[in-house]
Design a protein around this ligand. Structure first.
Ligand code: AMP
Ligand code: MG
Length: 310
């Protein structure tokens, strides 16, 4: 995709004025604001109708700039070198003199940080002198946005500007890892756990304990298209939309697939847009066939499971 400098300038101007702007990333679109400004960050919560106790991920151009706000350790540096910029978010300790707004962290002494890969957002980050707090650009608890149209469908004119960046290439949120002590995955995401384990050369635990939620992306109802979803379905009901991982031999108007040949990366990329399409096509419920529970299939199943708690 071509980089349109005038568009980036427009986003930059609004962000400098403490406004919210939707930005493209390789995972999903984000609703961004100056992470050093309380005024700017409050606008994100208001627009998204996001509970105040759900902290935001802050997006940086690189780890040199992050040094102002967070402490690093060896595991962080290993993963940063291998996967950043990319779809991984780190929970790190905040420095005492960090300028990050307390609205972002909900007064925690930790910060979720990510280095987005999308060239347009990287260019934007180069041209501003603050990091960007940016949760997914969707109304709280609903499906994330993977295109500028998705953002406009959710927010209409309430978002002052949507920076165009095409369809998100990964299409699932980042993998969140708490890297401060023994590494723990807090949210499955666009980067597979097995590749993270390989780099760290240690087993990583997944924190799925609902009693001890520290990342609301783990909440049960999340990523919801707003209609009921049934999982692992073998027999569909007449009026349901039927969603399968690959294209079936038989084709019917209510049949949808995530990838022609069942490729998990492609399926991940198409998951949210297909759920949105089914909703737009006015189906009242969705039946999903079994999705292989390996690699990115684990993240797809995680999202579908949470979306099904309607
Ligand atoms: P999203 O709103 O889709 O960008 O998701 C951001 C996720 O990061 C949410 O699940 C947050 O709860 C999580 N998060 C942000 N900051 C922290 C933090 N300091 N500790 C743990 N999780 C966090
Ligand atoms: Mg979200």
């Amino acid at each position: 995709m071509k980089i349109n400098l005038a568009n980036i300038k427009k986003a930059q101007k609004l962000l400098n004025k403490r406004e919210c702007v939707a930005i493209p990333t390789e995972t999903v679109y984000g609703l961004a604001a100056n992470a050093y400004s309380d005024t700017a960050c409050k606008k994100i919560y208001k627009l998204k109708r996001r509970p105040k106790n759900n902290p935001l991920i802050v997006h940086y151009l690189n780890n040199q700039i992050l040094k102002n706000d967070c402490n690093f350790n060896n595991d962080f540096i290993k993963l940063y070198k291998k996967f950043c910029p990319g779809p991984i978010t780190f929970i790190l300790d905040l420095k005492k003199n960090s300028r990050i707004s307390k609205i972002v962290t909900n007064k925690k002494n930790t910060l979720a940080v990510r280095f987005p890969k999308h060239p347009i957002t990287r260019n934007l980050l180069k041209n501003i002198n603050f990091p960007l707090a940016a949760p997914s650009a969707n109304v709280s608890s609903k499906i994330s946005a993977v295109s500028s149209d998705d953002v406009r469908d959710d927010f209409g004119k309430k978002v002052k500007y949507v920076l165009e960046g095409g369809k998100s290439s990964i299409g699932l949120e980042s993998t969140i890892i708490d890297i401060r002590e023994k590494p723990k995955i807090l949210r499955l995401g666009g980067l597979e756990i097995s590749v993270i384990e390989k780099i760290l050369n240690k087993k990583i635990t997944i924190n799925n304990n609902p009693q001890k939620i520290s990342s609301p992306g783990q909440f049960k109802l999340h990523y919801s298209p707003g209609i009921p979803i049934r999982l692992n379905v073998k027999k569909i009901n007449k009026k349901e939309a039927y969603l399968s991982i690959k294209k079936l031999k038989e084709s019917k108007p209510n049949f949808y697939f995530l990838s022609k040949n069942g490729n998990l990366k492609e399926a991940a990329k198409n998951l949210y847009s297909t759920l949105r399409k089914i909703k737009k096509d006015k189906y009242k419920s969705i039946a999903v066939s079994k999705i292989p529970n390996k690699g990115l299939g684990k993240t797809i199943n995680d999202r579908l499971k949470r979306a099904s708690k309607f």
